[in-house]
Structure formats: C-alpha cells, structure tokens
Design a protein around this ligand. Structure first.
Ligand code: ZN
Length: 380
C-alpha cells in the first residue's frame, strides 16, 4: 500500500533523490580556461556565436555548424539531433521560415528504452533578434549557450567514470540508488525565441512551442516509465540574459522549484566562499534562498522559452535576472559590453550545479579513483 501511494506521488519520490555535495577540492578542479570564452578566439566556445543569427539566415547556419562540430569532435558520446519546424512570421509575407532546435543528450549506456530515462535539461536559445540591424545578442543568449557547451564538456568524463563504476559494481548495488540508474542529461539550444516584431500572440518562442507540442504528443513505447518525452524532463533549467556586469541578480520565480533554486544558490555560495568566482559582488547572484511561502513570487511575469513546457506541467528553474541588464535588446548587447569575469562565473556555477545534480562527486577530478567518496549524502 505504501509503495502504491509512493508511485502515485512523483513529488514524494523526487524528495527521496539524494546526492553528494561537491567537495572543496572538486570545486577547485572546475577552474576553466579563459581562452574558451575569449571574444576574439575563433576556436573558442563563445566567439563563433557572436554574430547575427536570425532564424533562416546564413548566420544562424554557421552557428548551428559550430555547435555540431563541437559536439561531434569533443563530445562524441552525446547524441546530437535537430528538431525542425516552420512557421510564418509577421515579417515573412506568408512564407514559411525554418526553425531548427538542437537537442544534445547523454544517457546511461545501459538504457535501452529512452522512455525509461528522466533527465536534467539545460536550456538556452541561440537565435538573435532581427532588429536593431546587426544585433549580436551576447547576453541574449550567446553566453548561456557557451556556458552550456562548457558544462557538457566539463562533466563528460565524470559521467563516463561514474557510469563505468556503476556497471562494474553491478547496477542497483554498490551504494547507487535506483534513481541514478535512469538519469541522463540533455542540452536544448532553441531557435526562434525572439519576436520578429512584437512579443505578442505567437510572435515569440517559435522553436520552444514546436518542440513542446511535438514531445507532448510523442508517446513512448508501452510499459515505459514515462509516457512522453516531456514527462522525462525532471527539471528544465533555462538560462537567459547572463554575462553583464550589472543586473545579474536572479529571483526565485517558482515555489515548485525553490528546492532547485536553493541548490544552485548553495553552489554559488560555496564557490564564492572558496574564492573561485571572479566578479566581486555585494549580493549573491541567487539572493532569494530564504524566500518564504508568503513572499511575492514572480513566476509567470517573464515570457521566455519555458512557457510552452510549463503549460504542459514541466518543472522550471528560470535563471534570468529580475531586472534586465541595460544592454538588453540594444546594439550594446555585444562582445564589447560583456563582463568576462561574470561570463566565466556563470559557466562555473552552471557546471558545478550540473555536476552536483548528476551526483558526480568522486568522479570529477582527473585521476580520481572510480569510487564514490564516502560522505554523508544530503537529502533533497
Ligand atoms: Zn531577447
């Protein structure tokens, strides 16, 4: 009876998920290579994204190729796919404009049926606004895309090491709990977030709306744990408008996912405490850890790619400043106006959060034994 009740309550199940916090030594090992984020390094992660990339143009095709070649060369274990759609826009005079979402997934190697995997999903949009002409969208959202590329690469070897250890020790034994057997990680780089004219009606989130609809109506094989690909999304973490010096404070938007907000706030606090974050700030980026039920929750006020997913019941952690940076939707949202210390801090925080969420402590450091560190485990 108890088991049955638990099965009927996915939230109750989730509260039983445990993971180990990253040690100081592991946090130290996350030090990144500034060259990856240099705005002049054509072989880096960020610079190739810093061009106009309006849906359906040559610019966005170049950026798609940048993502494809990065994952093909550096992360061959990640499955790289596109999801395509078309739509008219207020500027297209009835013509269909192509939108191309990029989906990159890494699941445990023993998974035979994708319908049995739940995933941490990390999301940013990679298109840029058509107006003003030449608009770059460095914080909106080239930097979030580069931060997610870095995150994938930074946790890749640890995922391999952990899953190899799990296979060696026998899945379901050796201290790994059942949930860990079925947890993967996915990165969504979405197209067509920006409005062509006005953020009204359907002139926004073209790619996200198409993907949410498709995944809502795709039914997994019978007897799968999850009925649809949407239900496999354990947490949808959306990054947007990151990389300015000013206005980077992130409110906790949703009560439902305040647990995840508190997790990332703790990660930031530990990184900051150990001196691993470069931009000195009077207030933490995640400043609402102690928010109460009765405080004001802003969820729903910021339109973004999470909306079509949230409307279908996906849980959202929205990492977007409560006050948008001054450069937002202006010509000044370019390489020159980025704050590189802040850019690197975001890459570091995102990586540490993903590593903790995927329970990678003990596997993150090169040469570390393929054994989980014996440590008390925090309950979520
Ligand atoms: Zn925008």
């Amino acid at each position: 009876m108890l088991l049955k009740q638990l099965l009927l309550l996915p939230c109750a199940l989730r509260t039983a998920i445990a993971y180990t916090t990253l040690t100081d030594l592991t946090l130290e090992s996350l030090a990144l290579n500034s060259n990856d984020f240099s705005v002049s390094n054509k072989d880096g992660l960020l610079a190739p994204i810093l061009i106009p990339r309006v849906p359906g143009t040559e610019g966005i095709a170049k950026v798609q190729e940048h993502f494809a070649s990065f994952f093909r060369k550096e992360l061959p274990k990640w499955k790289f796919t596109f999801q395509n759609s078309t739509s008219t826009t207020p500027l297209s005079h009835g013509k269909e404009v192509p939108f191309r979402n990029i989906i990159v997934t890494r699941d445990p190697p023993w998974i035979e049926n994708e319908g049995d995997v739940s995933r941490l999903v990390l999301v940013a949009h990679y298109d840029s606004k058509i107006d003003p002409p030449g608009f770059i969208g460095a914080i909106d959202s080239a930097v979030p895309c580069a931060a997610l590329m870095h995150t994938a690469r930074a946790i890749d070897a640890a995922l391999t090491a952990k899953w190899t250890a799990m296979e060696t020790e026998g899945i379901g034994s050796g201290g790994f709990d059942g949930f860990e057997e079925h947890k993967g990680v996915q990165i969504l780089l979405l197209d067509g977030e920006e409005a062509f004219v006005n953020w009204q009606g359907t002139d926004n989130t073209y790619g996200a709306r198409s993907l949410a609809e498709e995944w809502d109506s795709t039914v997994n094989p019978a007897l799968s744990t999850f009925r649809t690909p949407l239900e496999s999304m354990e947490l949808f973490v959306l990054l947007d408008l990151l990389g300015s010096r000013d206005n980077q404070q992130i409110p906790s938007y949703f009560k439902m996912t305040h647990w995840a907000y508190q997790r990332i706030a703790q990660v930031e606090g530990r990184l900051r405490g150990a001196g691993h974050l470069k931009a000195k700030r009077d207030q933490p980026l995640f400043y609402e850890s102690d928010k109460k039920e009765t405080d004001e929750w802003l969820g729903g006020r910021v339109g973004d790619d999470h909306e079509p997913f949230m409307a279908r019941g996906v849980e959202i952690l929205h990492i977007i400043p409560g006050r948008f940076p001054d450069v937002w939707h202006t010509k000044n949202d370019d390489a020159e106006h980025l704050d590189m210390d802040t850019v690197e801090d975001w890459a570091m925080i995102t990586t540490a959060f993903a590593a903790e969420y995927m329970d990678l402590e003990g596997f993150m450091q090169a040469g570390a034994p393929l054994k989980k560190a014996a440590q008390p485990r925090d309950e979520l």
